[in-house]
Design a binder for this molecule. Structure first.
Ligand SMILES: *Cc1c(COP(=O)(O)O)cnc(C)c1O
Length: 391
């Protein structure tokens, strides 16, 4: 057997660069071409080369899907126009009356999709603190069909024990999905920990350059991938070929970028922990993090996301956010550039105020997506902005 015949036996970096991709057979082009086509010529009615129409399938998309499956260590993947379209496709596989258990601190858009769209269409939801296994167990109902897990959570960076929850789900005959956007397959492998499916917003670390929106679902389960492909083809959440190309280009450096994201986040978290203007720093890599032991067990490293509470409330938070120079004040995360934001006003405005309070997303709460600039500059920037935040 050659290395090439089975990339799944190779290391992460090799799969990130080669998985799912072959040099173009007609030209030898090393990069998968952007197949900017809607349809494909047939030799005779129903006789074609594997592609009929680009909503159903497209060669650039197939290369991306093979690549994402390869880095997640899964058999099958489907790419979507956004992470939200991928989330929606999983929910659209369910029937009215089905019950879904979801974490209480998931991406604001995932919560909105469940609470405002799929609830109206007849699905039932329970939002529970998935760090509490007892709460998880008592949320199970006879009609529970799916459990949606996100870890580390957004924005409070709780770490959920994937293996424990997925085994609970398996015993109850409930499918489990892990949104692996924050950790990425480089740091965390949910399928190996027992998840039925992995969901991604490839907009974030996988794409990695803040230039494309996309999503994906990965699974080893044939029935689920068939259902997902049916929804993708029926509802049309397919990504365009150029977006697939950009995402694939991004994934080729995922492992290198993630190591630097982790290095820089470790440095920034140590700086914040010791700063008098910072009330509390939340980073899964800090021994003070409530689920530090779980994070150490299920993650290779601790990622690029940090949250913290600033002393001085909303006024200080505002001054701080207006003063950063290397960090950019913007929603989203996972790109090479460092971003900073205020969840209560920005990304999590769609979460009801009461729920935000319960989760600790107060007005003094700030989220960082630590990029891969020079760490000294990031720390100097945080230092000068915290100084201005004093007022
Ligand atoms: C951004 C994000 C999503 C939604 O993805 P889009 O590509 O913006 O639709 C879902 N889950 C998580 C954890 C995210 O950060």
């Amino acid at each position: 057997m050659t290395l090439k015949s089975d990339w799944s036996a190779t290391g992460f970096g090799t799969r990130a660069i080669h998985g799912g991709q072959e040099p173009d057979p007609t030209t030898g082009a090393i990069m998968t071409p952007i197949f900017q086509t809607s349809t494909y010529v047939q030799e005779s009615p129903g006789v074609f080369k594997g592609y009929e129409y680009s909503r159903t399938s497209n060669p650039t998309r197939v290369a991306l899907e093979g690549n994402i499956a390869s880095i997640e260590g899964g058999k099958f993947a489907r790419a979507f126009a956004s992470g939200s379209a991928a989330t929606s496709a999983v929910l659209a596989c369910l029937n009215p009356g089905d019950h879904v258990i979801c974490g209480d601190d998931v991406y604001g858009g995932s919560f909105r999709l469940m609470d405002k769209v799929y609830k109206r269409l007849g699905l039932e939801f329970s939002f529970v603190d998935q760090t509490d296994l007892k709460a998880m167990r008592s949320a199970l109902q006879p009609n529970t069909k799916l459990c949606w897990i996100e870890t580390p959570t957004n924005p409070t960076l709780k770490v959920v024990d994937i293996e424990a929850i997925c085994s609970l789900c398996r015993e109850a005959g409930v499918a489990s999905v892990v949104d692996n956007t924050f950790a990425t397959p480089y740091l965390q492998s949910p399928l190996k920990l027992g998840a039925t499916m992995v969901a991604h917003s490839t907009t974030k670390y996988l794409g990695g350059h803040s230039d494309v929106i996309g999503g994906a679902i990965v699974t080893d389960d044939e029935e689920w991938i068939e259902a997902i492909q049916f929804i993708l083809n029926s509802m049309g959440g397919n990504p365009g070929p150029q977006d697939c190309f950009l995402t694939m280009r991004g994934i080729k450096t995922l492992h290198v970028r993630m190591d630097r994201h982790c290095d820089n986040a470790e440095r920034c978290s140590e700086f914040l922990v010791n700063h008098p203007m910072v009330k509390k720093t939340i980073y899964p890599g800090l021994p003070t993090h409530p689920q530090y032991e779980i994070a150490k067990r299920q993650m290779q490293r601790f990622g690029g996301m940090i949250s913290f509470h600033i002393n001085g409330g909303l006024d200080a938070a505002r001054r701080f956010l207006e003063s950063v120079e290397v960090f950019s004040l913007a929603e989203s995360l996972g790109g090479v550039e460092s971003l900073i934001e205020h969840p209560a006003i920005m990304t999590h405005a769609s979460v009801p105020a009461e729920a935000r309070q319960a989760l600790g997303i107060h007005d003094d709460f700030i989220r960082l997506s630590v990029g891969i600039e020079s760490a000294d500059d990031l720390i100097a920037d945080l230092a000068q902005a915290l100084d201005k935040a004093k007022g």
